[in-house]
Design a protein around this ligand. Structure first.
Ligand SMILES: NC(=O)c1ccc[n+]([C@@H]2O[C@H](COP(=O)([O-])OP(=O)(O)OC[C@H]3O[C@@H](n4cnc5c(N)ncnc54)[C@H](O)[C@@H]3O)[C@@H](O)[C@H]2O)c1
Length: 465
């Protein structure tokens, strides 16, 4: 995306314009427009909809990701698969066959055109639209779903531009419909248990969190419908897939539950492997390839915390989402090997074996870690962890995500992730692009809650009483 495109959406370069003048700039932070909340509209903090006895779902997008979601829903109590849509009729039929195999009734099928999904959305017997299409179609589908009275769950990232993100926020606030991003990585076992430890103060004050999406997509590039993913990387600079790293970090740092991200700064390497893939596929050197092979983004919060997120889908590295936190009393790190380090007094000596040999310079032993994990198993894992492992989906986290979505809707509870999580985690992509395209200048991180970021203190999932 060029800066001129963003100017259309009103990027205000506060201070940058005066950088060459005699007076020192007041601020070099680039600001983007925060649209005023329309009159009569209120925020969605803590929003809960009327409980639904059965959650009736329509799925759009049955490529590599979608059918597994449909299958997971066949295991969730109180969920009903009402309709399926993909442009490609064969993909709809393959998913119907999966339903046959699972002994579940076939759903209504929609296919054949780019717009068939609209008929699915317009049905009056669906509560939730579940979207697993390419990134550019996410926001238009989500908006139409809410306008047609449906809650919506959208794969990551839920939107690709700031304008789309603000549209989703405004439409959710206006229609009072949930708009959740399907960020599954916040539900992985290590992340949930560590979050539980964090919420019980084990790490002291958490000062810094790291995350990443390091995943060599070599085997996948050719599999995406219409080549949408490589095209998107070719066209866009910045961390275009930030949510798996940022989601868990924001939950640890209580973002918009007592803290907020204020500033973002990003830097990338040149693009080498991206253009090489295109040359290999087409025989021609591409005229341009926007996305640098490796992108790093840093953020600072109102309460003086920092976050560092990285992205590399091009080069030969083992998979990593990093997931690291530094607290004043402890440390956690997931990749390449999950582990913890703590000030000894943080650990219960009656629970942790060999407690007297604990020290901050070394990792907990496997035995100590197992005892700690057992003591701090997250209540969601206690409830559904075994079933999640059985059903699967990235080791179970995908099932936990879907299960919690249905659970909260059935019990009339706030969802685990609200529309502002969606906004913040998706916005890192266009905001990091603005920073990079302006020489890694700091960019103000918009307050998508428009003043309500401090209304709740501390991130917590909701449970029925
Ligand atoms: N959370 C995760 O771990 C995870 C993992 C993989 C993919 N994803 C996300 O899931 C989404 C889908 O990824 P994928 O790998 O399945 O891609 P894919 O290319 O395999 O599938 C996309 C599907 O969407 C369909 N589609 C496109 N436009 C449509 C339209 N207008 N109407 C109906 N169907 C349409 C295509 O026909 C295709 O079947 C992406 O947003 C991706 O980022 C998330």
């Amino acid at each position: 995306m060029k800066l001129t495109d963003k100017l259309l959406f009103g990027v205000v370069a506060a201070g940058l314009m005066t950088a060459c003048s005699e007076k020192a700039p007041q601020s070099a932070v680039i600001e983007t427009v925060v649209p005023e909340r329309p009159a009569g509209q209120t925020d969605m903090i803590g929003f809960a909809a009327e409980p639904l006895d059965t959650v009736r779902v329509g799925f759009i997008g049955l490529g590599m990701r979608g059918p597994d979601a449909v299958e997971r829903f066949t295991y969730i109590p109180g969920a009903k698969i009402v309709a399926l849509c993909d442009i490609d009729s064969a993909r709809v039929e393959a998913t119907q066959k999966m339903l046959d195999n699972r002994g579940v009734a076939r759903a209504a099928g929609y296919y054949g055109s780019q717009d068939s999904w609209k008929q699915l959305v317009e049905r009056d017997d669906i509560d939730l639209i579940y979207i697993a299409t390419d990134w550019k179609s996410h926001a238009p589908m989500g908006l139409y779903a809410m306008e047609n009275g449906k809650h919506v769950a959208i794969e990551v990232p839920a939107a690709t531009t700031l304008e789309e993100i603000w549209d989703l926020v405004n439409t959710s606030e206006k229609t009072r419909k949930h708009c959740m991003m399907l960020e599954n990585c916040v539900y992985d076992f290590f992340e949930l248990n560590t979050l539980n430890m964090a919420q019980q103060g084990l790490f002291g004050e958490i000062l810094h969190a790291e995350g990443s999406y390091i995943h060599n997509l070599k085997e996948f590039w050719g599999e995406y419908w219409n080549n949408w993913r490589l095209d998107f990387n070719q066209e866009h600079r910045g961390d275009v897939y930030p949510t798996h790293g940022l989601g868990p970090a924001c939950q640890l740092l209580d973002i918009h539950r007592g803290d907020k991200i204020n500033t973002i700064v990003a830097m990338d390497t040149k693009a080498v492997t991206g253009p090489a893939i295109i040359k290999e596929n087409t025989g021609k050197e591409p005229e341009s390839f926007a996305n640098g092979d490796h992108t790093m983004t840093m953020m600072r919060t109102e309460n003086g915390k920092t976050i560092h997120i990285q992205h590399d889908v091009m080069n030969p590295r083992p998979y990593s989402r990093m997931y690291q936190l530094t607290g004043t009393k402890g440390f956690a790190n997931k990749y390449p090997k999950a582990g913890y380090a703590f000030e000894p007094e943080q650990m219960d000596s009656t629970v942790i074996p060999d407690h007297e040999n604990l020290n901050v310079h070394s990792w907990l032993s496997d035995e100590q870690q197992a005892a700690l994990t057992e003591k701090y198993t997250h209540p969601i894992i206690t409830e559904v962890g075994n079933l999640a492992k059985e059903v699967g989906g990235h080791g179970g986290m995908d099932f936990i995500m879907d299960y919690r979505l249905v659970y909260c809707l059935r019990n009339g509870l706030p969802l685990d992730m609200d529309v502002y999580d969606l906004a913040e985690w998706s916005a890192m992509a266009p905001l990091s692009a603005i920073s990079i395209e302006n020489g890694s200048a700091p960019v103000a991180f918009p307050d998508f809650t428009r003043g309500s970021w401090n209304k709740t203190q501390g991130y917590r999932q909701a449970y029925k009483k």
